[in-house]
Design a protein. Structure first.
Length: 212
């Protein structure tokens, strides 16, 4: 099964991608992880990507497509894959078509902007790696890690204004993909639920007709 996952930042794509990967034994390809690996390894594409990321810009299509094309041609993807974070735009989707990649299903996880802002801006993290949420997983003492006692902080990506900006970019550049794939007849949507397990159940129900 060849799957594209769509959804706004904070909609839960990463979690569902991992669940789908485990159930169907196909690799989850998170573009962000591949880009970070390329940056860490200091490849030419990685250096190019880093310059754009450092400037707060989206990595250009030709850089992303080069990385994706190489990975999709590997043995790891011969039985299918999940694309999370690609394509992000109509030109990227058209480039994927031009590569001859056939996509079985495009799954869009729908979550209201207000809920995403609440989810992400409420996150708190600790230098030790522990994470909390002011509404859903609050520490015993406000602003202090239960495990090590260090002060918790808000990641720059989770600041409310940053989240709003990322959502605006998503709506402008990525959301049009829903119409693009709806015309192809392979778009399905799932409403993100409060409980992750409930979203996962809906995701598997949506994918069942596409099982080989």
């Amino acid at each position: 099964m060849k799957i594209i996952l769509l959804g706004a930042p904070g909609a839960g794509k990463g979690t569902q991608s991992a669940n789908i990967s485990e159930k169907y034994n196909i690799p989850a390809i998170a573009t962000g992880d591949i880009l970070r690996a390329a940056i860490k390894n200091g490849t030419e594409l990685g250096k190019a990507a880093k310059s754009y990321i450092d400037a707060g810009k989206l990595v250009p299509d030709d850089v992303v497509i080069g990385i994706i094309k190489e990975y999709l041609g590997s043995d790891a993807c011969k039985n299918g894959f999940i694309l999370d974070g690609f394509p992000r735009s109509i030109p990227q989707a058209e480039a994927l078509d031009a590569m001859g990649v056939k996509i079985d299903v495009v799954l869009s996880i729908e979550v209201a902007d207000e809920k995403i802002i609440e989810r992400m801006s409420g996150r708190r993290v600790c230098p030790c790696g522990a994470s909390y949420h002011v509404l859903y997983k609050a520490p015993a003492k406000e602003g202090v890690c239960d495990k090590c006692g260090q002060a918790l902080y808000v990641r720059a990506d989770d600041a409310a204004e940053t989240v709003k900006s990322r959502l605006e970019t998503f709506h402008a550049q990525t959301e049009p993909l829903k119409a693009f794939y709806a015309k192809k007849g392979n778009l399905v949507t799932v409403q993100g639920q409060e409980e992750v397990a409930d979203t996962t159940r809906l995701v598997f129900e949506a994918l069942r007709p596409y099982e080989a």
